[in-house]
Ligand binder design. Structure first.
Ligand code: 5GP
Length: 129
């Protein structure tokens, strides 16, 4: 079972942003930028391009709703979208508020977000969905 499946089942906590029957969005615990959100299909599939067509398309549409909400809460030029998957073998999209190209750089030091700030970010994004 992946760490994301444990988050989906509630075994491990997360700062939840949005959820429906098939997808969960929550704040990344080691974010590249404040508001960095992960969107995960509940179906446990490692590689994103091994998702069935319907789930892959719906994942993008779910991400769109979440991205529109993030940009209302976090001042930014736009929401960058990225798929890596080298750390957690459970398909997911990264949604990241960006202003410059460097804001999408996963090699740079991550930002620190205090627990109460995580709670408030997740709550504000959630109410904008
Ligand atoms: P990737 O698999 O796309 O290379 O990276 C996985 C991402 O998931 C990383 O940005 C990492 O910070 C995040 N991550 C890993 N474990 C957890 C976790 O337990 N909770 C949350 N919220 N994020 C996690």
């Amino acid at each position: 079972m992946t760490i994301f499946s444990k988050i989906i089942s509630g075994e491990i906590p997360c700062y939840k942003v949005a959820e429906d029957d098939n997808f969960l969005a929550f704040l990344d615990i080691n974010p590249v930028a404040k508001g960095h959100t992960l969107v995960v299909p509940k179906k446990e599939v490692d590689y994103i391009y091994n998702l069935d067509d319907e789930t892959l398309a719906a994942l993008m549409l779910f991400s769109k709703k979440v991205a529109k909400a993030i940009e209302k809460v976090v001042p930014c030029n736009r929401i960058g979208i990225s798929v890596i998957g080298l750390e957690v073998p459970h398909a997911h999209m990264h949604l990241i508020p960006i202003n410059t190209l460097d804001d999408m750089n996963f090699s740079k030091p991550r930002v620190t977000v205090a627990p109460d700030e995580y709670v408030s970010l997740a709550a504000q994004i959630a109410i904008n969905i």
